[in-house]
Each structure stands twice: as structure tokens, then as C-alpha cells.
Ligand binder design. Structure first.
Ligand SMILES: CC(C)(COP(=O)(O)OP(=O)(O)OC[C@H]1O[C@@H](n2cnc3c(N)ncnc32)[C@H](O)[C@@H]1OP(=O)(O)O)[C@@H](O)C(=O)NCCC(=O)NCCS
Length: 176
């Protein structure tokens, strides 16, 4: 188990087998079609699987690396309904960005139902843009899904530029 962030009563860490009951509960409260226990177990061994824990696990994120590590895909993210709107999903995504191998990843992508406004807003807030619109015919209706992408390399370069700028400003202050 790896620890990625810890502050006050909160930790963000890699998931373990013991977390799966709690993750399954959040799945069932969050999605119509939930991942099976088998899918979650497979994700434990194959994917980046983070949990956000206070007293209990209250959020999680699952992502995979594809195309020889050039692309990361967010496969699943959910927060317990009682804990939404507190920045937990944003923190989970930002933590995953720190874990992705920054020397290879060029973009981060995901699929989201266009009617899931909170998720679309979350991804836009983090810099994702709609790259493609896919329409599927369901049992009764059409479903519209967005493929959203984040230009990861560009984001990293901007972060480095900002950091260099603030470091040189601090150095100027120290000299004068
Ligand atoms: C989508 C979801 C993961 C967001 O989790 P969260 O922890 O509540 O989100 P955060 O508090 O980190 O929100 C970060 C930003 O996302 C946007 N956002 C989140 N929820 C929102 C809502 N209900 N309405 C509008 N914007 C919202 C806001 O821009 C917010 O920033 P702000 O609070 O500074 O305005 C959560 O609602 C959830 O678990 N939904 C069910 C599962 C799901 O749909 N997962 C996504 C599948 S693609």
C-alpha cells in the first residue's frame, strides 16, 4: 500500500482488498450500472486505484495507462453522496496527475455521460476539454457521451513555467 497524501484526518493512498466492500457501496450509491467485485479486484492488480479516506473510505479513483504509457484514462471516480462538494474528487484527480509518469504521458482522457453535469463541470475545472461526442441508442432513448481530454504535457509545461516565475520573483525579493 502506498501513501500519496496525508493531512489532518485525511489520507489518499492506493486501495487494498479490504477497501473493496466500501468502494462497492459507493459504486452502488453513485452509478446505475456498477462494477462487479471481479472488475474491482482486477483493477487492484492492473490499474492505478486510489482511495480517499477519512474515518472511512469516502471516495476513489481508478485509472489505467494505455498506448505504451502515452495516455492515461480515468476509468472510474466517485465520492460518497454525503461527502460531495468538498473538493474530494478534485483532490483525487490532482493526486493521480502526480502519479502518472510525467516523462511519457501526453494526454489524460475519459468518457462521461453528457447529462452528468457535476462530472462534466469537475473535468472542465481541471482543464479537460470535450474532444468527441458519441451517441448510442439505448433501450428507449439516445445517450450522448463526451470523450474529454486533458493535454497533460502542456499542463506540466505551464506548471513548470509558473513555478520558475514565482521562484525568480522570490529570488528578486531576497536580493532587494
Ligand atoms: C462527479 C463527482 C465525482 C464529483 O465529486 P465531488 O467530490 O463532489 O467534486 P468536487 O467537490 O471535487 O468538485 C470540484 C469541482 O467540480 C465541479 N462540481 C462538482 N460537483 C458539482 C455540482 N453538483 N454542480 C456543479 N459543479 C460541480 C465544480 O466546479 C467543483 O468546484 P467548485 O466547488 O470550486 O465549484 C461526484 O458528484 C460523484 O461521485 N458522482 C457520482 C459518480 C460519477 O458521476 N462519477 C463520474 C463518472 S464520469
Amino acid at each position: 500500500m502506498r501513501l500519496y497524501a496525508a493531512e489532518h484526518m485525511t489520507v489518499i493512498r492506493s486501495a487494498t482488498e479490504e477497501d473493496l466492500d466500501r468502494v462497492s457501496l459507493i459504486e452502488s450509491l453513485s452509478f446505475g450500472a456498477t462494477w462487479t467485485r471481479h472488475c474491482l479486484e482486477t483493477a487492484l492488480s492492473n490499474d492505478i486505484f486510489l482511495v480517499y479516506q477519512q474515518k472511512n473510505v469516502i471516495g476513489y479513483l481508478i485509472a489505467c495507462l494505455c498506448e505504451q504509457g502515452k495516455r492515461a484514462e480515468i476509468l472510474r471516480i466517485a465520492v460518497h453522496p454525503n461527502h460531495r462538494g468538498k473538493g474530494i474528487a478534485k483532490e483525487l484527480l490532482e493526486t493521480s496527475f502526480r502519479i502518472f509518469p510525467e516523462d511519457t504521458i501526453e494526454e489524460v482522457s475519459l468518457n462521461v455521460d453528457s447529462s452528468n453535469r457535476s462530472a462534466v463541470k469537475l473535468y472542465e475545472k481541471l482543464g479537460f476539454e470535450i474532444a468527441k461526442v458519441n451517441t448510442f441508442l439505448g433501450d428507449l432513448d439516445f445517450h450522448i457521451f463526451y470523450v474529454m481530454k486533458l493535454k497533460f504535457l502542456e499542463r506540466k509545461k505551464k506548471e513548470i513555467q509558473l513555478c520558475q516565475k514565482s521562484c525568480s520573483q522570490e529570488a528578486d525579493h531576497a536580493i532587494h
